[in-house]
Design a binder for this molecule. Structure first.
Ligand code: ADP
Ligand code: MG
Length: 269
């Protein structure tokens, strides 16, 4: 993926061949001209910061290979159904959703014919910018509240030869639940689908059992990856979450924070 221009061109070409969505023409026109006329902010990610944040998905070595395996399994499932939107959630907090979302995005970005947009949709506790080491700037709430355009808030973050598009979070919001169910969110998701049509879009969501945020947004997602944290998630939490996940397709369940090392194989772990 050389530039956002390329992504936008691909998105437009694909859109031209399909029926327009349900957005009012005015809204559609606004987002289109935004992306056309502007250049996204570009940042280079710092490998030391990524390391400190436990981000390894940009490397095929070491623990990065676990995310490569996850990437391949998830993409196979999504490609079968031509899905683009992947949400990442967990029953309760601190299971490793944000870390999984960032690592998966970085791993997908290493595939030559793939591009990825990572959206921080945990409006209560946005962590993506922090983990990636991004400086303060406009985020998703600014877009939802009309203070920033989608293109002003989205940036292209590079590490080595690969890059990901990121729509970071803003300051934490106490109205997360209302935003999730809002018309503005629907409009934004339509715009993302159209403008980033050539990308897999990963949404880092809040926990399922914390409120109704995830229940509100899940019907707008296509696939879901559930992260359970050893020490964070009980069987009862899993059962309770399962009830809410019936309205989406769970492509994988990741059991995170497992401390036991896998058995040695071919001389390495
Ligand atoms: N596999 C892991 N091994 C060790 N620590 C982890 C792992 N996954 C997540 N963590 C740590 O757990 C904490 C919560 O992770 P995070 O991804 O922010 O969770 P969530 O988004 O589900 O709230 C962070 O401090 C993170 O570094
Ligand atoms: Mg998180």
């Amino acid at each position: 993926m050389d530039s956002i221009k390329h992504a936008v061109e691909l998105a437009r070409a694909a859109e031209a061949a399909t029926t327009p969505g349900t957005l009012p023409n005015a809204a559609r026109q606004d987002f289109r001209s935004e992306m056309q006329d502007s250049k996204l902010r570009e940042v280079r990610l710092n490998p030391d910061h990524l390391e400190k944040s436990r981000l390894v998905g940009h490397k095929s070595k070491d623990d990065g290979r676990y995310y490569d395996m996850l990437r391949t399994e998830v993409l196979q499932e999504m490609d079968k159904k031509s899905w683009q939107f992947l949400s990442i959630t967990s029953p309760t907090a601190a299971c490793g959703k944000s870390l999984t979302a960032c690592n998966l995005a970085l791993s997908i970005a290493r595939l030559p014919e793939r591009s990825v947009l990572l959206v921080d949709l945990d409006l209560r506790k946005p962590m993506v910018a922090n983990y990636l080491g991004l400086q303060d700037g406009p985020g998703i709430l600014d877009v939802l509240e009309g203070r920033a355009t989608l293109s002003a808030a989205t940036l292209r973050a590079s590490i080595g030869p690969s890059s990901i598009f990121v729509l970071p979070g803003s300051t934490p919001s106490s109205n997360s639940s209302e935003w999730m169910a809002s018309q503005s969110m629907g409009t934004l998701l339509h715009a993302i689908k159209r403008e980033f049509r050539s990308c897999i879009v990963i949404f880092d969501l809040p926990p399922i059992l914390l409120g109704d945020d995830v229940i509100s947004i899940l019907p707008r997602m296509e696939a879901t990856l559930l992260v359970a944290g050893v020490g964070n998630t009980s069987l009862a939490d899993m059962r309770e979450s399962q009830k809410h996940l019936q309205r989406t397709s769970v492509v994988r369940v990741v059991v995170n924070k497992v401390t036991e090392a896998p058995p040695a194989y071919y001389g390495y772990y």
